[in-house]
Design a protein around this ligand. Sequence first.
Ligand code: SAH
Length: 280
Amino acid sequence: MTGENKHFRSAAPYSGEGLRRSVVAKKSLGQNFLVDDNIARKIVRSACIEKDDFVVEIGPGKGALTRFLLPTGARIEAIEKDTALFRLLREDFTESERLSFVNGDFLDYEFPAGHSLVKILGNIPYNLTSRIVSKIVDERQYVDSAVLMVQDEVAVRLAAGAGTKDYGSISVRLNLVADVTKLFLVSPSCFRPRPKVNSRVIKIVFRTREGIEREDEFVDFVKRAFGMRRKMFRHFVAHYYGKDSIDLLEEKYRTSRIETMAPEEIYRLFSILEHNVRSI
Ligand code: SAH
């Protein structure tokens, strides 16, 4: 123990094996525990947390990040799905008005209303990345920013811009409302057990928290359009809205593909098409 915070009860130094050797990592819950303190510090620093912030940590595990969150002085709520880990966390840390653990699924988590915007932090289960990111985007009215450790390959997709091979529906959805920055790479050797893939920390900062008109329909539209990404956009439009709607597209969009269009352009075209269809 480095003595960095008094809320952390264990007297034993933080070993690379994690605090409890008896806890077997559950693959189904995406458990790869971070065992590199320098990386943990760097992740917490990237979140720019201040004393008055409300931080939501996704999947604290054995507390690798939580330990370094405490000295920020912020209010921390950490959501852990694994009941065995949740119990250990409550033993290892002292809960207070500044720190609480919730035994639950982040996907069902209700963000605190009436608070300032929350800062989200997490080394998240990789199998849930899209669902976690979608939830954060859906509920961005409560969120300032999110610093997440994800699979490197997924980080590239989340941050991808138009015209790149990694650009897809999730890139459009996210980049329409947020700035996504790829921060640093984290090698498998920083975890126990070691994941098979490289990881990367990303930061999502929302530019706007307002809902956009017909957002659910837009999400569906974008998913389906990327399902036909190799075809020209007009084919998708004909298929989705009917042949006549192609006339609504400006000339330049008749021969282009969705994968070359910026998120704002895609949304603009969607609005035009939707308004027209609804006014028939
Ligand atoms: N943050 C810790 C643990 C990372 S492993 C560290 O860096 O060491 C991912 C963690 O997320 C595990 O503790 C796992 O039990 C937890 N988890 C998995 N699914 C979850 C969910 N749906 N909601 C909240 N926590 C979840």
